[in-house]
Design a protein. Structure first.
Length: 304
């Protein structure tokens, strides 16, 4: 397995500066944030280290040269919006940009895009599955034609009251994965597997690895600290951030030894990237850089 980091944490850095920091930490890869140019709508969104809308073969070659000189590979191109947004105008804009990310992944020979399947928060799971069957087949077909796989992260995207009650990403549980993979029967759609989202949902984050091993295209390392005393006060129907907090790997409740061991058990040898969303390390740019160094140092106990 190759160890890397998600570039969204480096919002203030250019692509070249970001790659330099990745290399300085001895990391082998990076999942590159590719949001549209412009203002971020939410935390960690809006970061654009590659402008996919204006990427040319010449620009792609220049980016790959920077990576090659630093010994860093691009694990995937990342864009995490809500492709099932209930605002159809907004949905159209999101999907149009997703196509540019797929194009860029092909142009860069990365051939992997990490994203969300999306969700209509006010609709039921059954209604959302019907919408997936309408919206996603053309996207998957286009990705197949480009030779680009799509990895869906299992984050519910339910953190704030405006995402209540269903969140903005349907692909949150093994049961729903089975249904979506049956609807979208393609070798080009799989998972970006993040154990932390299962911690606060109180789902076993090890067991699904075996069943879905052929569908795991990319892996995240993010930790979650669950606060039982707070959970006892607000219950599981409350916004999750009222009873849990994202943490650096090793500072939360994921058993990283067991998790990495389970990945080796299923023969996973692909890209694995640290995703940092720990507010305790966001005071300034030095804190952000420190969070990458600390996370890398910790995970090198398991990923070498």
């Amino acid at each position: 397995m190759k160890l890397g980091v998600v570039s969204a944490i480096f919002a203030q850095q250019t692509f070249e500066e970001m790659i330099a920091i990745v290399a300085e930490n001895g990391l082998e890869c990076v999942e590159v944030a590719c949001w549209p140019q412009g203002k971020a709508e939410r935390r960690y969104a809006g970061v654009s280290h590659i402008d996919t809308q204006h990427l040319t073969a010449e620009k792609a070659a220049a980016l790959l040269t920077i990576c090659h000189e630093k010994g860093v590979e691009i694990s995937a191109l990342a864009y995490y919006p809500n492709p099932l947004d209930e605002d159809l105008v907004k949905r159209k804009t999101i999907i149009e940009h997703l196509y540019t990310v797929i194009d860029a992944a092909s142009l860069l020979n990365v051939n992997l895009v990490t994203t969300f399947i999306g969700r209509m928060p006010s609709k039921s799971v059954a209604e959302n599955l019907k919408e997936v069957a309408i919206v996603w087949p053309p996207i998957i077909k286009y990705a197949e034609e480009k030779g680009v796989r799509i990895a869906i992260e299992n984050c519910p995207m339910y953190f704030t009251e405006d995402e209540w009650p269903g969140g903005q990403n349907l692909m949150t549980t093994p049961n729903i994965w089975r249904e979506v993979f049956e609807l979208l029967d393609s070798d080009f759609i799989g998972l970006n597997y993040d154990p932390s989202h299962f911690v606060w949902q109180q789902i076993d984050y090890l067991k699904p690895l075996t069943e879905f091993k052929e569908k795991i295209f990319h892996v995240h390392y993010k930790d979650i600290k669950l606060y039982p005393d707070k959970l006892a006060e607000v219950g599981v129907m409350a916004p999750p951030l009222t009873f849990m907090a994202p943490k650096l790997p090793g500072l939360g409740d994921v058993d990283w030894g067991k998790y990495v061991s389970a990945l080796t058990d299923i023969g996973y040898d692909g890209y694995t990237c640290i995703e940092i969303e720990d507010k305790a390390f966001e005071k300034n740019e030095e804190d952000v850089k420190k969070s990458v160094t600390l996370s890398t140092h910790y995970l090198r106990n398991y990923v070498i």
